[in-house]
Design a protein around this ligand. Sequence first.
Ligand code: CP
Length: 298
Amino acid sequence: MRHLLSIADLSPQELSQLVDRTIDFKEGKVGEKALREKCIALIFQKPSTRTRVSFEVAINELGGHPISLGWSELQLGRGETIADTARVLSKYVHAVIMRLYKHTELLEFAKHSSVPVINALTDLEHPCQVIADLATLKQHFGKLEGLRLTWVGDGNNVCNSLCLACALLGLELVLSIPEGYDPPLLDKAREMGGKVEVRREPSEAVLDCDVIYTDVFVSMGQETQAEQRMRVFYPKYQVNRQLLEKTKTNSVVLHCQPWRIGQEITADVAYSERCLAFQQAENRLHSAKSVLEFCLLR
Ligand code: CP
């Protein structure tokens, strides 16, 4: 049994295999009903479009049965402990996919679960997103080796997972993030051998990059900090045509969506051919299958 709670749970070979398997699923090279007669619970404490729907469809297409549960529908919402919920659900289902605010609660659930637990986003990480993103880049460029990525904006959960993934695969990563907003897992990524450079000025950070990655300035759960965050990030850390023109001519833009058009990214970039956001969203379906297979069928 394998959980997928963090990108750091994976070896470089396993991460590469997950990326390649995502591409195999997308190209229709895998047809078997690998999850036949398996029930998988999805517990979402926060809203989701891509993650929840792609996992539900992936489970169905692999022959399994998804059971979607809102936090407040469960006794969890009335105070039943995470540990007891994990012990009970382990008796019914073959895996649990969870989107929670606190990463510590995900770890607590996994500790008491006897079935695989998959991180569908916490305040600390979004590993499934980053697997789909790497598959998107590998499909676009035909390789991952040698790519230089620049993250522009907030050092959030996606940024944390990206730092770890780049460290595992030896990709160059530049962070253009204001002082005080660096990703909490930056040091861990460096300890893992990650080549992460911090260049706070976006126009300098994107020089020679193949990929600009950005995300919202205010993540779910940070709504009370919205005004102050906007003062810090906007407009300096916005990905717009002017910033894109400073990169290589064949560079691309990633965004995990949902986006706030006009804040972290402008419409002319978001809806241009240079932006792969809808390919990333599409690849969430295929990466969901590769993650399910990895965690359940080893
Ligand atoms: N990128 C992502 O996780 O999207 P959702 O919040 O819609 O699942």
